[in-house]
Write a protein that binds this ligand. Sequence first.
Ligand code: ADP
Ligand code: MG
Length: 478
Amino acid sequence: MMDKNAEKVWNNCLKIIKDIVEWQHYKTWFEPIKPVSLKSNVLVIQVPSQFFYEYLEEHYVNLLAKTLKRELGKNARLEYRIMVDSGDGKNKPVTMDVSAQGFKTFPANEMDFPLIISTPVKNPFVIPGLKKMHIDPQLNPTYTFENFVEGECNRVARRAGKTVAEKPGVSSFNPLVVYGGVGLGKTHLAQAIGNEVKRLHPNKLVLYVSSEKFINQFMDHSRNNAINDFIHFYQLIDVLILDDVQFFAKAEKSQEAFFAIFNHLHQSQKQLVLTSDKPPKDLEGVQERLLSRFRWGLSADLQAPEYETRIEILERKMKKDGLELPKEVVKYIAYNINNNVRELEGALISLLAQSSLNKKQIDLDLAKKVLRNFIRSSSKEITIETIQKMVCEYFQVPYDKLLQKTRKREIVQARQITMYLAKNFTKNSLKTIGEHFGGRDHTTVIHSCQTVKDLMDTDGNFRESVLELQQKIQLASM
Ligand code: ADP
Ligand code: MG
């Protein structure tokens, strides 16, 4: 048998296996196998993961034994080389060799063909059998690219999402990690990718799942000793979208399952799309080997939308709902709700509700009334406006002067201090802060902050005032 090389033997085995195993299963479980070596009667094959090996052992070892014994005689043996880590530029791949257990006990008299193999894979969405068309992608058709307004705040993420949807698994954005604060559109964008893939590539298996759901499914399966089924179900997906991966922080076992799934999908050029509420590097409690894989692709962030984008989002929503609002009301909402798209929509909805409840026209007065409640109930965070008012009161400066271009020294100083405080006490971008001062740009804000810092170092009275104001703001935000 020494003269038969591994590849030839393995190809002969595959010829038989191909005829017996259903095409999809053959593709999943046999195509990724690579013959490594053949020494006397031992064939070594390489498999992509530990789970892969376990699955083969559990479901196909008889078939492997029969075919291999036909090639190499009844003393044929099989060994697996398991890819523990496929390595990257710096690190070499790590592998582990194990021998196939099933071979030793396999009775010789069962070596006759034909073989009938049936291996239904149970999947966690409780769909019997594994026919492609029966996997529900869990997509909400209302989340599309079309109604995901593009702005400076999301341009990179949105474009990368489009690329991924056009060429899933092929671009270098794999995985695509979209991160950003709550209500900034992560789920919307992730779902839009899924919907777009379905539109452009109807045959691709797409699955959207929240990490919470993934973890719960995993726990169910591990209680029932069905972890392999769980993992293998996920390994069949072409485009896997996993929302809010920060939930993995407290789920160590689930991380391991996801690691196996990730490796398999990535290796088979399947697309992964992940979202997170913080940048991957800040995901505490997530294993480093997983984080390092997140860095293989592209991480793109979603920022709070800038003023123009907020206006555009509001106008689109209104149009969709057949709604008309005075321009000044739209501006007022966009101006005051500035760090969360969900709240922007919420404000619009409560405004509508109020107006229909009281049969009142929606005008600026109503908007102010409703928004006051809305802002108060939705966040304890200090706003730019609050800071502006406090500074005005403190320095006895009229509010409107603060926003105008007055160059009077005391007003300029009050304005600079307000910008400085807004920078330190709110999460607003420099750009947004500038907007709140009659549309100044971010360089003005930077300059102001620097001036205040310099003056605090050189002018004792000035310093006292700023510190006192800081204290007031701190109290107000508690
Ligand atoms: P996240 O998942 O980041 O918490 P969501 O995706 O749930 O946020 O978005 C919150 C709401 O804001 C959704 O209704 C979504 O449609 C809307 N939204 C977010 N970003 C945009 C955008 N750029 N254009 C239009 N709607 C948006
Ligand atoms: Mg979300």
